[in-house]
Design a protein around this ligand. Structure first.
Ligand code: GTR
Length: 412
């Protein structure tokens, strides 16, 4: 090897070593940052930082709220507006036209036990339109309008198979029909795809200005908007009792169902199944998912104002118990799963407990136990329900049995 060749070989060797070391440093950093992110949540009750919830019955101007009138005229609008401007964003109510088209009807669905209707709901504004595909089964054994469960479904259309060949425990239509209720659902994808890049391709096409606003509608608000359009349809369909609509959602769908029902007073019962952070769980408890984590992963679910409350929950003049309180005097049910620590079962229960004063203002005796109830022990109060099922994050036939029991009790 000549001297020059030796120098070149050595240089190549050095370069190789340098590249190797740099790649290792990069890989180490990535692993480290990820590990940091992973440990950024807490499952240890003893590590919950002390917190003080904002007063439910004290107005922004520090006026004590002691009558239904003050709640409805002063405090309720204040709280609703805060959720709207800082968490879920505006939900626009104006549109030009809404059309319902019956795409398919089967009067002998489920071996003659139910009538199936597949309806296209088209909403038109500024020459643009979107279509929501709604599926509705109602029981044939009664000719009276029936109370109906409406699911904000993010688990895909296959969970609501109209042929009933695929029976999914997430949407157990036969069980609900046998109990004398209607069951309906739509896929959230019709209203806002569940995706950071594509969520604008649904209802937000009709309201593009919302995308420029710090308090503009996000995907959770859009899905709730979709549920309200389904209720618009129920008001025209005589086999559904539009005054007895039960809006149900699991997880992200549960957050949406609570937000929809808080605004749309046509909802009789709001059901949150494992909705967790930014749903039923108290945000100030640093247990499981936090605002910082959820906003980093799913910014498009919310309005952009929400970001400022990540790791800064004490700045919030509200907490999620107030979202449940907005249901009063209507009913709210919180379903939880014991192994779903990410959604904070205890934090979800405490929200119900903390929401009681508003229900009490309406003269409703709630008397919830102060401690988290044992697993699989259902709590039914006139307008509040809770259970903490054994098992993981999911909506199962067991959860549905509890919801039906609650609805039976509430509508009896
Ligand atoms: C998780 C998210 C939760 C919950 C869940 C779901 O990734 O962190 O807040 O919404 O998704 O919807 O299943």
């Amino acid at each position: 090897m000549t001297y020059l060749e030796k120098v070149i070989t050595l240089k190549i060797y050095h370069q190789f070593l340098k590249t190797l070391i740099t790649s290792w440093v990069i890989i180490f950093c990535i692993i480290h940052v990820n590990a940091q992110e992973e440990i950024d949540y807490n499952y240890d009750e003893s590590k919950i930082k002390p917190y003080k919830l904002p007063e439910l019955l004290l107005s922004q101007d520090s006026v004590k709220i002691s009558t239904i009138e003050d709640w409805e005229k002063v405090r309720r609008p204040e709280i609703l507006k805060f959720f709207e401007d800082n968490i879920y964003g505006q939900v626009p109510k104006d549109f030009k036209r809404i059309k319902f088209k019956l795409k398919n009807r089967d009067k002998k669905a489920m071996d003659g036990k139910a009538t199936l209707r597949e309806v296209e709901i088209t909403v038109i504004k500024n020459k643009k339109s979107i279509t929501i595909n709604l599926i509705v089964f109602t029981p044939n054994k009664t000719k009276k309008p029936v109370p109906t469960f409406l699911v904000i479904n993010h688990r895909g259309i296959r969970t609501m198979d109209v042929t009933r060949e695929n029976k999914d425990g997430f949407w157990p239509a036969e069980v609900v029909i046998n109990a004398g209720y209607g069951i309906a659902g739509f896929d959230v994808i019709d209203v806002a795809p569940d995706n950071n890049e594509k969520f604008t391709e649904g209802v937000l096409k009709l309201y593009p200005e919302q995308l420029e606003m710090n308090n503009g509608m996000g995907a959770l608000g859009a899905w709730g908007w979709g549920a309200s359009r389904a209720i618009d349809y129920f008001e025209t369909y005589r086999f559904v009792d539009a005054k007895k609509i039960i809006v149900v959602g699991h997880s992200r769908g549960g957050k949406s169902s609570l937000w929809c029902a808080a605004q749309d007073k046509r909802v009789a019962i709001a059901i949150s199944n494992d909705s967790g952070n930014s749903g039923a769980a108290i945000s100030r408890r640093n247990f499981g998912e936090t605002i910082d984590i959820i906003y980093q992963n799913f910014p498009y679910w919310f309005c952009s104002n929400y970001q400022q409350y990540g790791n800064n929950e004490d700045k919030l003049p509200i907490d999620q118990h107030m979202l449940l309180a907005l249901m009063a005097p209507r009913a709210v049910y919180v379903g939880s799963a014991a192994e779903d620590l990410w959604a904070d079962p205890k934090g979800q229960y405490l929200s119900l407990v903390e929401a009681q004063p508003v229900f009490n203002l309406y003269g409703i005796e709630t008397n919830l136990p102060s401690e988290l109830p044992d697993v699989n022990k259902q709590i039914i109060r006139p307008t509040m329900g809770f259970h903490n099922r054994i098992g993981k994050h999911n909506m199962t036939p067991y959860d549905w049995q509890q919801y039906i029991k609650f609805a039976n009790d509430y509508f009896k």
